[in-house]
Ligand binder design. Sequence first.
Ligand code: ADP
Length: 426
Amino acid sequence: MARGARRSSWTAAAVATLGLGVFAAGRGTLDGPMIAASLVVLCLGGFIGSLGRSRIVRTPESPGTGRHSVAEALLANIPDPVILVDRRAVVIEVNPAARALLPTLKLRHPLSFALRAPDVLDGIEEVLRTGAALKTLYTTRVPTERAFEVQIGALPMPDGVVGGQPNVVLFLRDLTSARRLEAMRVDFVANASHELRTPLASLLGFIETLQGPARNDPPARERFLGIMKTQAQRMARLVDDLLSLSRIELREHVPPTRPVDLTRIARQMVDTQGPLARDRGVALSVAAEGAFPVLGERDELLRVVENLIENAVKYGGSGGRVEVALRRQTDAASGRAGVELAVRDYGPGIAAEHIPRLTERFYRVDVASSRDQGGTGLGLAIVKHIVNRHRGRLIIESVPDAGTTVRAIFPEFETAGTREALAEPA
Ligand code: ADP
């Protein structure tokens, strides 16, 4: 291709880029992907201009001849799928992200062979007819459910083999995570409102009864006030747990930086929970040899041990004993040393199908039993977020009728003398 011709194809691409940019800005959508996409369109202009030549001269021995390396490099580095088709919707160029999404996508084959999406194909026709860019949606169900916003724009080519014929460029933006997050947020608000509404309705009912039929009935008043107190406490616990969860989530990306001794924390919590365990006839013990230093937030780690012991006593107390144990362990995959905190009970255990969901907010195996025990369904969600913040792992193992063991494994913090410095005085 002559130098002048190539320059003019670049100019055309620049105009197209500006067009897309103006379109996006006009709609208030000039965001990161769009800017990146515009850059690629700019380079693609040069590339497409040389495409005719590359088709002619490219041979197996010189596969890259004529390809515009800047365009290729840019395309390859765009994390979102980008597809370029001609006016017959035949694929001219794709980037690796597009190939990963649509493995059957082939150069010089109709796009419809790989992308069975009538809205997208109609969109290409419309863009070619009107010259105006548009957005549509592309969803997949297999292998997983995903949703993409497809931005379709015309790319006029004034010269070269494809001269005068506009091509069409498609940018796909993955909306899957954003949609999942939105669904989780909606579920969370619905669950939290429901959890609060139940005790609130009960409180309102008793207040009306106390103002009406039970006004002059002192024994009934005493009884109702007792129930009202329990319901109010339940609401307070729920609000406390919700606040803890949001505080922990806010800090989850900032790992703690101060060394603390997990042995001391476990022993302190075992002492605190002793009375609850004794009331329920559960023998609570702790086994830990020396100090186990980790980089941690003391209050948060206390919360982890508290929640795990409380659950073991509440749901596994029928086994008669709960054991807290600390030990060093080495991760088989990474070879890194860790400190494992295990809380084991010998209760009824948990059926396997529930285990992966236990750390979801408000997930309970038995809602009524959790409520009777004063549970909010947020305990293990809080534990999981704290463990995540500490860059640890949470493993729940359970055998029905034999009991449950919950392990939290934290990276060990070991510098010369740390264990000795943190160890409790003898
Ligand atoms: P809750 O506030 O209901 O205790 P959690 O998030 O702490 O919420 O626990 C979720 C559910 O997991 C509990 O409702 C209970 O059904 C189950 N569970 C947790 N720990 C144990 C355990 N040690 N034994 C049996 N079931 C357990």
